[in-house]
Design a protein around this ligand. Sequence first.
Ligand SMILES: Nc1ncnc2c1ncn2[C@@H]1O[C@H](COP(=O)(O)OP(=O)(O)OP(=O)(O)O)[C@@H](O)[C@H]1O
Length: 301
Amino acid sequence: MTIINIQHLTKDYGNNKGIFDVSLKIEKGEVFGFLGPNGAGKTTTIRHLLGFIKPQSGKATILNLDCWNQPKEIQKHLGYLPAEIAFPENMTGTQLILHAAKMRGLGDMTKANQLIEMFDLDPSTQIKRMSKGMKQKVGIVCAFMHDPQILILDEPTTGLDPLMQSMFVKLIHQEKNKGKSILMSSHLFEEIEGTCDSIAMIKQGKIISVMNSQDFKHFSKNTFIIMFKKRSDFESILKENFVIKKNDMETLQVTVEIEDKQINELIRSLSKREVTMFREMKNSLEDHFMSFYKGENQEHV
Ligand SMILES: Nc1ncnc2c1ncn2[C@@H]1O[C@H](COP(=O)(O)OP(=O)(O)OP(=O)(O)O)[C@@H](O)[C@H]1O
């Protein structure tokens, strides 16, 4: 069941700024990572989903409700964490959380209290005295406390220290296990790799790559180039239980793809042979990420 549906969404701010023909679908129970360099169009896309921006063309719907025309109905099912949180400075965290709960008609603060404990937040502090990370924690409490079916999180771990970032990853897993649908923008590779079922990459306002968990698996394979001294060793390795991606009789080189659990098997097998070169081929998801940020990957979808 599609929960968030963005179809051909365009907002042209001029000078090639904005978003252009963006289409994405997020299914029930899916954690969807939205990645892109600074100024790529992540927040602009997300603000359309919140009904803050009217599409120039195209459409965004959540639960089949139109994001521009029916934002109030959508709000009931949604938790939103903005990239830049503008809180009223003169309140304490507790006052703000209670105010946000009242606006939603939320009486049960059990989940809010669980989140406060989980993120080790002292909400009694005045917001103007809070660090960036503390404010972010207040934002997380407000986004999750009403147990919404859908979560839209714009760079959710900004300002959080590594311990709190890992706590956040834990929270995402808990929510996913409850069948929540989550759209999350991020720059952090570990956060995305550890949580997301699918990833879309946006650059200069256009979606340039969409990957699902099957594609991630491809990236998690280990690929090695191995060169042998003797032809007999080269020939015999081809008969073993490894996936041989390439072999070259002239140079006596093989390219082997293995799962993590086969590493010992490969080492044992190679120790019986004379190896003249052993090199890992970089094809990890992180490498793919970095090449995308540097502009080396431009596979259009
Ligand atoms: N109201 C506006 N008027 C003109 N240009 C805008 C407006 N809002 C955003 N932009 C431009 O549109 C582009 C996309 O901005 P957006 O905030 O969506 O990027 P982002 O991917 O969220 O970036 P970051 O990772 O830096 O938060 C940027 O070039 C930005 O300057």
